[in-house]
Design a protein around this ligand. Structure first.
Ligand code: OSB
Ligand code: MG
Length: 369
């Protein structure tokens, strides 16, 4: 396979409601789409999950564009590529910038699947025909607002509720939710808002039977998480701290995590995501697929990855309509009673809605061999 052309679209889309984490709030989403074309005329799509500002990790939409334009795209244009697993080797001389790497690698996976008449799920080795999904709910103004939102999502059938916590907005919130919904699978995500000094507070969460607590401590830590896990009954799940298979192995060996949230962008692409999945399966660490409030393109990649067998916990890949008035793929991703049916068309399995895409495109760049 030879990549003849790469197009980047800078996108701006308004979410239905603001999303608030321990770091702050935003409603307008800026991100990039990557379109690659091979020598046979196949087209593949990828999405960069880097945000506007570097609060989640070090990348931004602008650094992602810079890495793609000046370093990554030149490494793939005109090269003979037999399998997308080769991309991570081509990118190896470039440190980190995983979301930029993943966006281009993902588009190449899509092309590879299409030219081999496979769904992306099949190309990855996934077999599930439908996947179980949950929902991630940002911080709300009042506990009553949160309870009503959760009630609605339970009625829609979502399989587990994840709520964001931060200091001053934690034990009370989880207690109220547990009282309102005694048996719903419930978890909390702190996006690294705590330190080991909060150990007594975090221990108070043990009484609420949470499925897990996600990334309670620093975004680059695996040492203190191991100390914390020894004191907690609630399993810790790492998100921000895991960028690679090596990170996953070290965190597991230290006892820093019992569950792993896999995000394709954070780990540098589908090939690395699959490696982490396989390692976790061998070591009986359950995994689930995290989300970055993606448009339909990134969402489709998440659906395909989640068909691998060790994705045994419901992930954050909710239906398109939970985020967008109008998504940029046809059909949109639909969650029905907490399940998404895996598409059967080749590649990512959804068609880009070019007319809608054009309306949300603020800039475009083209690179040709
Ligand atoms: O920590 O998982 C996270 C959104 C943006 C950045 C980080 C996170 C999240 C979410 C939402 O929790 C996931 C989604 O619905 O896509
Ligand atoms: Mg998280």
């Amino acid at each position: 396979m030879i990549i003849k052309e790469v197009n980047i679209r800078k996108m701006k889309m308004m979410m239905k409601s603001p999303f608030t984490t321990s770091f702050g709030s935003f409603q307008e989403k800026e991100f990039s789409l990557i379109e690659v074309k091979d020598e046979l005329g196949n087209t593949g799509w990828g999405e960069s999950t880097a945000f506007q500002s570097p609060w989640y990790n070090e990348e931004t939409q602008e650094t992602s564009l810079h890495m793609l334009r000046d370093f990554l795209i030149p490494l793939v244009l005109k090269k003979e590529i037999n399998h997308p697993d080769e991309i991570s080797k081509l990118f190896a001389p470039i440190r980190k910038n995983n979301m930029a790497k993943a966006s281009l690698e993902g588009a190449i996976w899509d092309v590879y699947a299409k030219r081999n008449k496979l769904t992306l799920a099949e190309a990855l080795g996934g077999t599930a025909e439908k996947i179980e999904v949950g929902i991630s709910i940002g911080i709300q103004n009042t506990i009553d607002d949160l309870i009503e939102l959760v009630r609605g999502y339970i009625e829609e059938g979502y399989k587990r509720m994840k709520v964001k916590i931060k200091p001053g907005h934690d034990v009370e919130v989880i207690r109220a939710l547990r009282q309102a919904f005694p048996t719903v699978p419930l978890m909390a995500d702190a996006n690294s808002a705590y330190t080991l000094e909060d150990i007594d507070l975090l221990k108070q969460l043990d009484e609420f039977n949470l499925t897990m607590i996600e990334q309670p401590l620093a975004s680059d830590d695996i040492i203190d998480h191991a100390k914390l896990q020894k004191e907690l009954l609630t399993p810790i799940c790492l998100d921000e701290s895991i960028h690679s298979l090596e990170d996953a192995r070290k965190a597991f060996e230290l006892g820093s995590t019992k569950i792993i949230n896999i995000k394709i962008g954070r780990v540098g692409g589908l090939t690395e995501a699959k490696k982490i999945h396989d390692f976790c399966m061998e070591n009986r660490i359950p995994v689930w697929c995290g989300g970055m409030l993606e448009s339909g393109i990134g969402r489709a990649h998440n659906v395909a990855l989640t068909t691998l067998p060790n994705f045994i916990l419901p992930g954050d890949t909710s239906g398109s309509s939970r985020y967008w008035e109008e998504d940029i793929i046809i059909p949109e991703v639909v969650a029905e009673n907490g399940y998404i049916t895996v598409p059967t068309a080749y590649g990512i399995g959804y068609e880009p809605n070019l007319e809608a895409m054009d309306r949300y495109t603020v800039d475009q760049f083209q690179f040709k061999a």
